[in-house]
Design a protein around this ligand. Structure first.
Ligand SMILES: [Zn+2]
Length: 83
């Protein structure tokens, strides 16, 4: 997704989805966590989905993207998607 002027001026929030009780501490300050998180961009912000190192989602490669969209809807980052 390109960074248009409209996107830059919009409210830009970042939400992190971190696996509970994982083996390590996930870095939530930057996008550069050791787990190599999946970053999904939406009109009003982005969702950073961290990968559990215990492999609990290993059999579901689409999980991170799906979860990102769930969070975006919950946080109203992507109101267009509600239509
Ligand atoms: Zn992480």
């Amino acid at each position: 997704m390109s960074g248009s002027a409209a996107l830059r001026s919009a409210m830009n929030e970042t939400f992190h989805v971190v696996p509970t009780e994982d083996r390590l501490w996930h870095e939530e300050v930057a996008d550069l966590c050791v787990c190599g998180p999946h970053v999904e961009f939406f009109p009003r912000g982005k969702v950073v989905v961290h990968h559990a190192l215990d492999g609990r989602h290993g059999d579901d490669p689409a999980w991170a993207r799906r979860r990102a969209h769930e969070v975006a809807r919950e946080q109203a980052l992507a109101e267009d998607l509600l239509l």
